[in-house]
Design a protein around this ligand. Structure first.
Ligand code: ADP
Ligand code: MG
Length: 241
C-alpha cells in the first residue's frame, strides 16, 4: 500500500494581514519518515501543516512533495490526506459511508470503494463498526474512522494535526500505539503536529521543535533530548540539564 514520498520546505513564510507568523522555514523530510512538529500553542504548527496540505496559501517560499513544486497546487492533487483534531465525521452516515465518502466524490467504482473501505477497516480494527452510524461511536473509535478516511485515499503523505488531543489520557496512549503501528504497516511519510512532548518523543523519527514561527532544533528524539540546542528546547522537551 505504501507509496512513500519525500518532501521539502524552502524558505516558507506566512503572514496574516501583514503580520508574519512563519519566518522562513527550511526542512527536508525523507520518504517514509515520521516527522513531528512540536512546540507551544501558537508557535505555528497548524499553519505550517495547513500550508503543506494546501489549505493555507504560502506567502513566500516553496513546498515540494515528491520532488514536485506543489506550492500553488490544489489540495486534492498534492497526494496528501489530513487527520484533524476534531473528527468532522458525517454523523447521519454509517461508518462505511463516512470512510467511502471521499472516494465516492472522486467517482471511484462501487467495487473499488468497498475494497478500500474494508482494507482500511481491517487495518484499524473497526470492521464491526462499519454498518453503525458514525455519531454514537466513542472518541477512540471516531478517531479511528477519521484516520480510516485518510487511509482509503491512499495518500503519499499523511498529515496529522493534534489528532489525539480531544481524547482522555488512556485513549491517547492506546491511539498513539495504533498510529505507530500504522506507520510501520503502511510505511508512508507522516507529518504529525502536537504540543505534547511525550507524543513527539515516542512517535517521531525526526522531531522539529518550533517556537514563534522558527525552527529551534531538528533531530532524532534522542538527539533533541540528550543534546538540546538551547535552553528553550531543553525546557520544552524536559532534558535533564
Ligand atoms: P499552533 O498550531 O502551533 O498552536 P497556529 O499555527 O494555529 O499555532 O498559529 C500560529 C500563529 O498564527 C498564532 O499567532 C495565531 O494567532 C496566528 N494565526 C493562525 N491562523 C490565523 C488566521 N487565520 N488569521 C490570523 N492569525 C492567525
Ligand atoms: Mg494548532
Amino acid at each position: 500500500m505504501a507509496n512513500a514520498t519525500g518532501m521539502a520546505l524552502r524558505q516558507v513564510r506566512k503572514s496574516f494581514g501583514g503580520h508574519e507568523v512563519i519566518h522562513g522555514i527550511d526542512l527536508d523530510i525523507e520518504a517514509g519518515e515520521f516527522v513531528v512538529f512540536v512546540g507551544p500553542s501558537g508557535c505555528g504548527k497548524s499553519t505550517l501543516l495547513r500550508m503543506i496540505a494546501g489549505l493555507e496559501e504560502v506567502t513566500d517560499g516553496e513546498i515540494e512533495i515528491g520532488g514536485r513544486d506543489v506550492t500553488n497546487l490544489d489540495p486534492s492533487v498534492r497526494g496528501i490526506a489530513m487527520v484533524f483534531q476534531s473528527y468532522a465525521l458525517y454523523p447521519h452516515m454509517s461508518v462505511r459511508d463516512n470512510l467511502g465518502f471521499g472516494l465516492k466524490m472522486a467517482h471511484s467504482s462501487k467495487g473499488d470503494i468497498e475494497r478500500q473501505v474494508e482494507a482500511a477497516a481491517r487495518i484499524l480494527k473497526i470492521e464491526a463498526l462499519l454498518d453503525r452510524r458514525a455519531r454514537p461511536a466513542l472518541g477512540g473509535q471516531r478517531q479511528r474512522v477519521a484516520i480510516g478516511r485518510a487511509i482509503v485515499r491512499k495518500p503519499e503523505v499523511f498529515l496529522f494535526d493534534e489528532p489525539l488531543s480531544n481524547l482522555d489520557a488512556e485513549l491517547r496512549v492506546s491511539m498513539r500505539i495504533e498510529i505507530a503501528r500504522l506507520h510501520r504497516e503502511l510505511g508512508n511519510t507522516m507529518v504529525y503536529v502536537t504540543h505534547d512532548q511525550t507524543e513527539a518523543m515516542t512517535l517521531a523519527d525526526k522531531i522539529v521543535v518550533l517556537r514563534d514561527g522558527r525552527i529551534e532544533q531538528v533531530g532524532s528524539p534522542r538527539e533533541v533530548y540528550e543534546d538540546p540546542a538551547n535552553a528553550f528546547v531543553a525546557g520544552f522537551i524536559g532534558s535533564p540539564k
